[in-house]
Design a protein around this ligand. Sequence first.
Ligand code: DAT
Ligand code: MG
Length: 148
Amino acid sequence: MERSLVLIKPDAVQRGLAGEIISRLEKKGLKIVAMKMLHMDKNLAQRHYAIHKGKAFFDDLVNFITSSPVIAIVFQGKNAVEIIRQMMGETDPAKAYRGTIRGDFGIDIGHNLVHGSDSLENASKEIDLFFSAEEIFNYERELDTWIY
Ligand code: DAT
Ligand code: MG
């Protein structure tokens, strides 16, 4: 089963959309295996977004993600990485389809509510940045036999 790192970004926490976002992903059938609230510092933000270092929006991105607490979650499920990316919608909420999290709740690319890993390789790196092995739970859900 795949794992993906989701961040409920500061704008979503501030707007009271954390529950809605988590609920959508849970209802899809994805399983929460780790979760915490934290206020990201610049160091963690720069490491998480290292791939974007040097881009025009990098400083704004780091300032935004460190401006207020986030909720970090590891979701597990078959094809979790791709499914979460689809449910998030395009990076720019103005272009994201209705029915996606960004398409339904966002307007501005700098305030796009949610992060989801874009590949299995990046998911693994990102999960390691936010969670220790002991913070990630292995458990069975009875309902998984009705999802798979
Ligand atoms: P995603 O979050 O969809 O994976 P990304 O990895 O390309 O998108 O970029 C990371 C974040 O950086 C994105 O969620 C919002 C911000 N960002 C990306 N492109 C931007 C742009 N052109 N202007 C402002 N912010 C941008
Ligand atoms: Mg990305």
